[in-house]
Design a protein around this ligand. Sequence first.
Ligand code: FMN
Length: 396
Amino acid sequence: MNLDSYFSVADFEAAARRLLPRAVYGYVVGGTEDGLTVNANRQCFDQLMFRPRGLMGVAARSQTVQLWDRSYPSPIGIAPMGITAICRRQCDMELAKAARAKGLPFVLSGVSNTPLETIQAATGGGTWYQGYFPGDTERLERIIDRLRKADIDVLVVTSDTPVAANRENNERNGFTLPFRPSWPLFWDGVRHPRWSYQVFLKTLLNEGIPRLANLYEEIGPPITREPKQGFRGGRDLLTWDHLSWLRERWPGKLVVKGILHPDDAIEAVDRGMDGIIVSNHGGRQLDGALPALTALPGIKAVVPEPFPVMIDGGFRRGTDVLKAVALGARMVFVGRPALYGATVAGQQGVAKVLDMFSTEIDRNLALLGCPDIKDFGAYYLDPVQLARMNGSQETA
Ligand SMILES: Cc1cc2nc3c(=O)[nH]c(=O)nc-3n(C[C@H](O)[C@H](O)[C@H](O)COP(=O)(O)O)c2cc1C
């Protein structure tokens, strides 16, 4: 597919909006309740500007970052996203392959639709797995046994989803889990014939109804049925003690996603985690939760170096990524942008979105007068805005 007319993530979003039925687009783009957090996730970038240097000799540039014993060509990865099969046929695979081809991390969601074993086999391994875990060690034992057998080496536990969020927009659009067909959804599909054929019909004919393939220890039921353990069975029982329990048994890297409070960051360090992802779940959980970028300085202030602090939420430009890197983020994950890319053109679309980020980062490093990202930091930010941001965290 010719993607020459796509210049920004916003172009992919506009195309995805046209392609997807209203209910599916609403599921992807939406936040919760009044959308305070989903909006704040974008607005926070306006409140932090750069202070570039000039005449620095920027001909040779690098955006390679180190994370644990690994080296990544850019500080970007793909955040976990569930039920992506409704956006694109075999969407999890398209996302995984695009990330793999670029040597960037891809986090497979616990509510994804392609068995993680299939993805590991097709990509030669390297996929990170995100768990929505119950607070029940017997069940956890069975789940991590599956992950160990599939050679998953980075386990990401999401901490901000103890109960279902209030996603009114989904309910208005008739989009529920378990998925229930209805006349409004049928007409929504009729008005989007390309989606109905390429995504709905082809998936149904080739793979059947998308499954909850990776939520628990077995390949779960189709999304039209509730798993026997429930969608969220026991998630509200999960505590830091379960993370300590996991730490003793999980041989790979262990990361907690959904951290916004410095005290949780301290818990993560004290309990032997390998990293955290500062995140408000893309504004899809607690409405009114602060943007991850705003939370970052307060969290960086309490964790020891070189403990990896990663981040996601609202990143749409290379400049957004660089603002988080300047505040100390090691890796920035993008959610919706990658899904818009996959919706429009599968692996090729995701690759183009990832390229946009890395091209913008490269150009902006030159414009900032800092050729190597490892030398990039708060020095390149407006000190007045930075002081305001740090002050607001200190008074908390
Ligand atoms: C459609 C969709 C599904 C998501 N599903 C999950 C999920 O299964 N697990 C999870 O931890 N986060 C999930 N998230 C949140 C993302 O991992 C990430 O925190 C968020 O999307 C980042 O914000 P951005 O989309 O603005 O980049 C989902 C986000 C979207 C948009």
